[in-house]
Write a new protein. Structure first.
Length: 276
């Protein structure tokens, strides 16, 4: 997908809106996300100033979506950072050093890949309990193998390059070669993986919250809102529709931006864009 395509631009704008809403939630949200008013429960959109209506406790749906975005992004960014650091480290040392280090690091990655992500996350959350910090660590571990395998493959492709050999010739230490020579030259592929991982973490966290294993109510979370909306969909489907649509659009937008970034970092794609 072209970086300048209308679809990728629209996806980037949607992400900007979601991020800005999360950052400025206290000023953007029309009401407190926790304020209950039972007489106003399950109101239709627009009633009594509630743009998207209210949920089963009379709480403003739009406000809970906005504050839920803050929760989702904090978890997604934290988990992606954990996955990036851990996965890149394992991939770098495994590919560059080789021998038993490669054996141990890649077997650890394969062990994590042996578990379906949702089952591994459910297992750990069930044992250690839910909460933002737990979710960040668990989701980081779940998605670290993607960065590890990508870093491993990229490092293998450049470890014998002339600039790496030159660094060795000047007696550069291994950490210096890994951090200042190899990593900057494979960073493009890793950067392109970041939006995809953000999308996956939001989707998986929403699934855990939907199952009651994620963010604990009454803290707003998109997955929890989907679960609440499902229980009352026959009475008022608004909560289910808007929360589900928000998850879908956010995940789709991060995926489209990830594709656009990957194409932009591809030298052949940049050459084609300049030719136009």
């Amino acid at each position: 997908m072209s970086v300048a395509s209308p679809v990728s631009i629209a996806a980037a704008l949607f992400i900007v809106i979601v991020v800005a809403s999360a950052i400025f939630a206290p000023w953007v949200a029309p009401a407190s996300p926790l304020a209950q008013h039972i007489p106003n429960r399950l109101q239709s959109p627009g009633a009594d100033g509630h743009l998207l209506g209210t949920d089963e406790f009379g709480r403003d749906i739009l406000s809970r979506l906005i504050y839920g975005a803050r929760v989702e992004l904090v978890i997604a960014l934290g988990a992606t950072a954990v996955a990036f650091v851990l996965g890149s480290f394992l991939g770098l040392i495994g590919a560059y050093i080789g021998s038993w280090v490669e054996l141990v690091s890649m077997r650890l990655v394969e062990a994590l890949l042996a578990f379906p992500p949702i089952l591994l996350a459910m297992l750990v959350v069930t044992i250690y309990g839910s909460g933002q910090l737990t979710l960040i660590v668990v989701l980081g571990l779940v998605f670290a193998p993607a960065f590890a395998r990508l870093t491993f493959a990229q490092t293998l492709s450049v470890k014998s390059a002339e600039y790496v050999e030159a660094a060795r010739a000047f007696s550069a230490k291994t950490p210096t070669i890994l951090g200042r020579v190899i990593l900057p030259n494979i960073a493009g592929a890793l950067i392109a993986q970041l939006p995809i991982t953000l999308a996956n973490t939001i989707l998986l966290e929403s699934g855990l919250s939907y199952l009651g294993l994620g963010i604990t109510p009454p803290t707003p979370s998109w997955g929890g809102m989907v679960a609440s909306g499902q229980r009352f969909m026959a009475v008022d489907p608004t909560l289910l529709i808007v929360s589900s649509a928000t998850i879908v659009l956010t995940v789709l937008s991060f995926g489209l931006v990830g594709d656009a970034v990957r194409d932009w970092l591809d030298p052949r794609e940049r050459k084609a864009l300049r030719a136009r």
